[in-house]
Design a binder for this molecule. Structure first.
Ligand SMILES: Cc1cc2nc3c(=O)[nH]c(=O)nc-3n(C[C@H](O)[C@H](O)[C@H](O)COP(=O)(O)O)c2cc1C
Ligand code: SF4
Length: 541
C-alpha cells in the first residue's frame, strides 16, 4: 500500500514553487469561457510566454469559473506579493497583448480590465466557489495548497462520526438541491440506520434549464466535492459513495474521475484513508440526462441500472435506498459546503445568512440582465441587490418584470417583491422556491403565460409517464396554456387551468408532477391580468 500524502508538505512545496514566478496568469477554462474562445486565448498566451522567453517569469494556469460568464473569456493577472487585475473578453490577440504589455512591461491593458470592486464581485461571499478560478482543478497539489482534504484529515483523526453529524446539524446547513431539508438531520438518520452496507450519493444531475452551479463546482473544484462526500461517509458509516452526473457534463465527469484516481493514489480515498481505519471508495455514475433522474428514488433506480422511474416514499432512502441498503442523497453544492463547516466551525457558518437559511447560495444568473453568470451570495440578500446591483439591472433601459427562481418547479416573482430576502421561507411565501439556484430575470416585454407554457412543455417532455396525473395532466395543461398564448382560449379556461393545476399538484406521484404546476400557479397569481387579456369573450357575450 502506498504511503499516504503529507498534506502539509505538499501544500508548502506547491506554494514555494508558485512563488518563484513574478507573474501568474490565471485563465478561466471552464465550459462557458471555453465556448467563448478561452482555449485559443490560453494557447496564444502560452506560446507568447515561450516565444518572448518569459518562461521563468510567467506561469499560465488554466483554472475554473470567475463568475462573470457574460464577459468571458476571463483572465486574472497576479503579480507576486502584489496586485491583481481581471480582464474580460480575452481572445487570442488580447491574450498576447496581456502577456507583452502587463507581464512584459508592467503596463495593464486598460481597455479589457474589469473593476473587481463592482457589486457583482464585491457582494459575493464565496465558500462553495472559493477555489473556482483560483486552483488548477486537474492538479491535486493545487487543491491541497488551498486546504483540500485537511478537514477530512482533521475529522477522521480528531472527531467521532457523531461529532461531525452534530457539527453539520449545528451549522443549520440545508439541502441546496431544491427542498431545503436540514442536512444534519438527514445525516443523523443514515448514521442511525442499520445495514451491513450504507451508501452516500452526491446528486450532480442538475436538470433545471439554464442551471450550471453544480457543474461548475464539479469541474472547478472536484476535490471539494470528494472531500464533502467522504466526510458524509465518515459521519454516517457509509464506506461507498457515488457521484451521479449527467452525460452532458463530460468535463465534470473527466475531472471527477481524474480527481478520484489522484486521491486514491495518495490515500485520501480508498482503503485506510491516511492510515486510519476509515475506508471510503467513490464511483462516478453517468446519467442519460433525464430531469426526473435528479429525483432521489429515480436516481437510485438509475444507478442500479434500471429505468429512472421514481417510486413512492416512504420508505425513504435512509431506510431502503441503493441496492436496498440505507442510503443518503445530498446535492453537490450541499456537500461542497461541508469541508468549510468542519474547517471554520458550525458557529461561523450559522453566522452567515439568516437564522433559518444559513450560509450562502450559488445562483446561475441569466436572462435580461447586464451581467449574467455565477454568483455565490449570503442567504438573506434581497432580490433587488442581486438584480439591480450585482446583475447591473435590465439592459436597454427596459423595466424589470419578474425573476424566476426554482426552474420548472419554481415560480415568478414580480417587481413589487424585489426587496424580499432570498431565503427558503420568503421565496416559498411568494409562491416560488429557492430551487437549486437558477435565477432568470425577465424584462417588461416578457409574456408570463408564455413563460408558464415553456416550463410546462419542459415538464411534459420530462415526465417519466409512470403516473396518470403527471403524464396526462402536463399534456392537458400544456394544451390549455398553448390555447391561451395563441388567444384561442375562453375566460372559463382560466378556472379549468387552476383546477387542473390543483389536481396535478395533489395527485402526482413524485416531485416532478407535484411541482410542475408551480410556474402556472405563480404567474396566474401575480400576473392574472395578462392571462385575462388573452382569453376571448364567449361568443354569446
Ligand atoms: C424532478 C426532480 C428533479 C430533481 N433534480 C435534482 C437535481 O438535479 N439535483 C439535486 O441535487 N436534487 C434534485 N432533486 C431533489 C432530490 O430529489 C433530492 O431532494 C436532493 O438531491 C437532496 O439533496 P439536498 O438535501 O442536498 O438538497 C430533484 C427532485 C425532483 C422531484
Ligand atoms: S409525477 Fe411524473 S415524473 Fe413523477 S412518477 Fe409520476 S409521471 Fe413520473
Amino acid at each position: 500500500m502506498a504511503t499516504p500524502i503529507d498534506l502539509h508538505d505538499v501544500a508548502e512545496r506547491e506554494l514555494e514553487q508558485r512563488s518563484r514566478y513574478p507573474w501568474r496568469i490565471k485563465a478561466c477554462a471552464s465550459t462557458a469561457c471555453q465556448s467563448a474562445g478561452a482555449g485559443s486565448a490560453i494557447a496564444a498566451m502560452e506560446s507568447e510566454v515561450a516565444d518572448a522567453g518569459l518562461g521563468t517569469d510567467v506561469l499560465v494556469v488554466s483554472t475554473g469559473c470567475m463568475g462573470l460568464c457574460s464577459r468571458g473569456p476571463l483572465v486574472r493577472v497576479l503579480r507576486r506579493g502584489g496586485d491583481e487585475t481581471m480582464y474580460h473578453s480575452v481572445d487570442a490577440e488580447v491574450g498576447v497583448e496581456i502577456v507583452r504589455s502587463h507581464t512584459g512591461r508592467g503596463v495593464a491593458v486598460d481597455e479589457h480590465a474589469l473593476d473587481t470592486g463592482l457589486p457583482f464581485f464585491a457582494r459575493q461571499h464565496r465558500i462553495v466557489l472559493a477555489n473556482a478560478g483560483i486552483i488548477d482543478p486537474d492538479r491535486l497539489e493545487s487543491a491541497v495548497a488551498h486546504g483540500a482534504y485537511r478537514w477530512l484529515a482533521k475529522a477522521i483523526t480528531t472527531m467521532t462520526p457523531d461529532e461531525v453529524v452534530e457539527e453539520i446539524k449545528a451549522s443549520g446547513l440545508r439541502g441546496r438541491g431544491g427542498a431545503g431539508y436540514p442536512t444534519g438531520t438527514k445525516w443523523a438518520l443514515l448514521a442511525g440506520a442499520d445495514g451491513e452496507q450504507k451508501y452516500v450519493i452526491a446528486n450532480g444531475d442538475e436538470g433545471d434549464p439554464g442551471a450550471y452551479m453544480d457543474r461548475t463546482v464539479m469541474e472547478d473544484d472536484p476535490h471539494r466535492v470528494l472531500e464533502g462526500l467522504a466526510l458524509a461517509g465518515y459521519a454516517t458509516g457509509a464506506t461507498t459513495g457515488y457521484i451521479y452526473v449527467r452525460a452532458e457534463y463530460p468535463k465534470a465527469i473527466e475531472r471527477l474521475e481524474r480527481a478520484i484516481r489522484a486521491a486514491r493514489r495518495n490515500r485520501l480515498l480508498g482503503r485506510k484513508v491516511l492510515d486510519t481505519d476509515f475506508t471510503f471508495e467513490v464511483n462516478v455514475r453517468i446519467g442519460a440526462g433525464a430531469f426526473v433522474c435528479g429525483e432521489e428514488t429515480a436516481l437510485i433506480a438509475s444507478i442500479e441500472g434500471k429505468r429512472g422511474n421514481p417510486r413512492l416514499r416512504p420508505p425513504y432512502p435512509t431506510e431502503h435506498g441503493l441496492f436496498g441498503m440505507p442510503s443518503m442523497i445530498d446535492n453537490v453544492e450541499t456537500l461542497a459546503n461541508v469541508p468549510a463547516i468542519i474547517a471554520n466551525g458550525s458557529e461561523w457558518f450559522a453566522g452567515i445568512g439568516t437564522s433559518r437559511s444559513t450560509g450562502t447560495k450559488v445562483f446561475a444568473l441569466a436572462g435580461d440582465l447586464v451581467n449574467t453568470g455565477l454568483i455565490e451570495v449570503p442567504m438573506g440578500i434581497s432580490l433587488r441587490e442581486i438584480v439591480e446591483d450585482m446583475g447591473g439591472g435590465v439592459p436597454g433601459g427596459k423595466g424589470f418584470k419578474a425573476a424566476q427562481t426554482g426552474g420548472p418547479s419554481g415560480g415568478c416573482i414580480p417587481a413589487e417583491f424585489l426587496d424580499t430576502p432570498v431565503d427558503y421561507e420568503s421565496l416559498r411565501e411568494l409562491g416560488s422556491i429557492m430551487g437549486s439556484g437558477g435565477l432568470i430575470v425577465m424584462d417588461e416585454d416578457t409574456s408570463m403565460p408564455e413563460v408558464a407554457r415553456f416550463f410546462m412543455e419542459f415538464c411534459m417532455d420530462e415526465s417519466c409517464g409512470k403516473c396518470v396525473p403527471c403524464r396526462a395532466g402536463t399534456v392537458q395543461l400544456h394544451r390549455l396554456l398553448d390555447r391561451i398564448c395563441q388567444g384561442r382560449a375562453r375566460p372559463d379556461d382560466l378556472a379549468l387551468l387552476s383546477e387542473l393545476c390543483g389536481v396535478v399538484r395533489e395527485t402526482s406521484l413524485c416531485g416532478l408532477g407535484q411541482s410542475a404546476p408551480n410556474p402556472v400557479i405563480s404567474t396566474l397569481h401575480h400576473f392574472r391580468s395578462e392571462y385575462e387579456s388573452l382569453v376571448e369573450e364567449p361568443a354569446d357575450a
